[in-house]
Ligand binder design. Sequence first.
Ligand code: F6R
Length: 598
Amino acid sequence: MVKALSRMEYRGYDSVGIATVHNSALIVRKGVGNVSHVNARLSLDCMQGSVGIGHTRWATHGAVNNINAHPHLSCNGRIAVVHNGIVENHDELRSMLIAEGHIFKSDTDSEVIAHILESLPAIDDGNSNIICKAIAERLNMLRGSYSFVALTGDGILLGARYHEPLIIGLGNPSRGNDDDYLLFANECFIASDVLGFIEYTDKAIFLADGEVFIVRGEGHNPRLSIRVCNRDGKVVMKDITQIAWEFADVDKGRFAHYTLKEIHEQRYTISKAFNNDPKRLHLLVDSLVNADRIVITGSGSSHHAALMAKYLFSTICMLNCDAVVASEFMYNMGICIGNGRPILLAISQSGETADVLNAVRLARLNNFKIASIVNSPLSTLARESDIFISINAGPEIGVAATKSFTAQIALLYRISVEIARSKGTNLTLGMESSSIYVEKMLEMEAVISDLAERIKHANNIYIIAKGIHYAIALECALKLKELAYIHAEGIHAGELKHGPLALIDEKSIVIVLNPMDETYNDVLTSAHEAKARGAYIVGVSDSSSSIYDFTLAIPRVDRMLYPLYEVIPLQLLAYHMALKRDCNPDYPRNIAKSVTVK
Ligand code: F6R
């Protein structure tokens, strides 16, 4: 369980807890800190029992403290609950439950679930269907999003999924008879992500929204029975999915951090994303070309990839498109006006980001076709899309997006090439040499570490760029913020003189994205303006200039490809800045990798 929780830490890591059943009683241990710290203090891995639930928390409601850590217990101590999501009407439910005599211990929204389940009838051999229905009825009281798992003092696991992922891994599964749709297994692993159990089994069932499950031992039979019901309490027949074993590759290998390992993996992840499945490419390209409007959306780094997509599709492919940050989609309803065949291209590494899923659902209601670029074909986004294509980057554990971002870009290059081809233009970008150039960028690590040492005390870093490079300026700023906790800002080079120049003085660091393309001269002019105010100038360029105090040399490539090679030294810079400033690059404070809440 402790190992599985470590695998899930990317979803949040401010506190940790486990409940097990021993001698027909629930035992709970929980505390503040990441899995290894809490385990060292509370010996989570020595807890007795053969059934348990665990949780790593990322606080949304209630401070980070021992009491607010999950699992939460019902008043009678017979039900323990772990929950992912937000119960939006928890205040209302809390007042109602307190009026009924329930006593709350924590400030969390999650604890209401333990209390509403307390009044469930006792679960026995014959009443699983009734219990499923009773759970579904209680869940109708909840608004918001949830996936939760509850453990009873009798060692029965039950839970439900609504707008948050929940997957049941099955060890050596088999089916019951056709009438009852029961599943049996030697072992069951319930998690928000296959990473939680992939080391133990590659077979799983994916719960759909509104589905409820019960897992229990079958009398003296050592096997477990698994029953899944819908909201009406009717048993649902679930398909068993075979999961790709490549998900199991989640070790740091020879690297000090996952982030560094993932930056190095770009040697092959970029070309893997580019050389994608021809059938899926064809389907996607066909849909994009035949749409009369394309809207591209994503959050964080995936939004930066969306900005790249907008640039590539409109300049290379002459397609009418717009990019909207996923969390802002609902405030841009103008893009939904009009008939015709609109398409939303949603980009998301995890495929579980709540803001992206909300944008997708809103677009669907407004007659958009949904296409997506994901890293996991098993994700909610992939499942909710009409067409999806995977970047095939393998698991990304470091909280900051690195290899997934460049894989998204590589795939967007490929899609652009295919769109151009479908319109009769034969475009070659020279992606065959990508691994060689990525290798060259990685070889700069010692030089980059030296730069990080020189600028590690900076309080403000500005990254200036024009055109397609602006998305990379934003990405670099995001990496510096989240990995090294430095205030950093991506700025359109031409905008410097319209205000930000007032901030520049001899303490400022200005990174200039300045490859030899049509943006070169104008960006150099802006760099001169910053230099004249005393700024330390870092040039990212394939052409040297005396204006740069430090140069990060990138290869001379097709002008469209520059962003791909610019971003790698900048990822390494953020990583080394993090080390020099004593920050843990894998687990930045206050943020989670998979943001499944609004
Ligand atoms: C930045 C980062 C986040 C994610 C964002 C979207 O390094 O990792 O900004 O890019 O939370 O996540 P996905 O792509 O999973 O939708």
